[in-house]
Write a protein that binds this ligand. Sequence first.
Ligand code: GLU
Length: 433
Amino acid sequence: MASNTQMEINVGYQGEGENLFAIADAQLKRGYDALKLDDNLRTILSQPKNEIIIHFPVKMPSGEVKLFKGYRVQHNNALGPFKGGIRYHQDVHLDELKALSAWMTWKSALVGIPYGGAKGGIKFNPRDYSQEELEAITRRFTHALGSNIGPEWDIPAPDMGTNAQMMDWMMDTYVHIHSSTEREAARRVVTGKSLTCGGSHGREAATGQGVVYCIEEWAERKRFDLDGATLAVQGFGNVGSNVARIMARKGASVVAVGDHSCYLRNDEGFNPHKLAEYAREHRQLKGYPGGKEITRDEFFEVNCDIMVPAALELQILEKEAQVLKAKVVVEAANGPTNLGGEAILLERGIDIIPDILANSGGVIVSYYEWLQNKRSESWYKEHVEEKLQRRMKRVYDRAYRRAGELKVDLRTACYALALEQIRNVYDARGVWP
Ligand code: GLU
């Protein structure tokens, strides 16, 4: 299955030697099997439609020219334009983006928005570059992508290592390389833009907010009181910090956190606002005065009710799954659990709210942003949140009920629901010519 070099696959990842696309494929197979889906659809969905790899030179502000490797993988567009984030990370590689693009297809289909799936990225560490350099890299990448993206064709958004500022640069560059009569429409070529440039209220917190809606649905069914609950959050970027902040409002406290720099513990509970401010300012958690430093192993063993991986993929493997004490793992990150880890969690009676459901709030509000741009509207934050909450509750409930009907776990039920949507379209339209 690996279509890139082994060296690329292995660099820096926790699940060394694991191929993320093979994991995505195995998860999908469980969905097929639950539905007894026909072989032709399996064949169509077995690989992405397009895999674009671009080597592009950038003239840095110093005058030096550097070569970067950028990707855009377009998985499927049966339900609507390709949609998904752009990731800046030194370990970005093709099979990772193939898996992430497939997850976007299932995510959009599951939550009922008219999009397909895509994912892109640039293989470099954005922390090593200044704002000026990041702007040059982002603009040159957008220019190189050219008409491979488009407001009705493929719509990027933020992901790990990117933010609203980068989306603004992408939008601005795209708009300038297209004809002036198309300019207004072209602005919705990316979502997750800043409010000033046509972004939506509530988009920045949307993924974290959606994670919390899922936790509430889980707690309601378990008759579990979130007031006084304890949380461990891995990754304290946009998603992790928003989960911590919103959960604090519900009376829950974060007792352990971690990021690329360190892991911290505080049995009294961290102040999520101070922690987020520190993380934003220092671009890491290391050095935060309000907690005791612990090891990564100790983090996964910590006593807590809810474990929220909100960082990179492949973090909860067999070893972590065996010692985890939480009642539920909420996959705010994409692909944080490998197959062995998942089997152990389920056997130990630890629930999993799967990524394609748990973190779907981001792309849902991206859809609302795109709709607002299309209609030249700006919705109130309350309106966006209300719509998001209603949709996520409905999808969670449908997935929960489908799991019961099919007698499968929640992840498999989510795949089954997504596949049913896509199957219906292929059944109606056929494969032609
Ligand atoms: N990168 C986010 C995700 O993985 C959001 C994608 C989007 O808004 O298109 O779901």
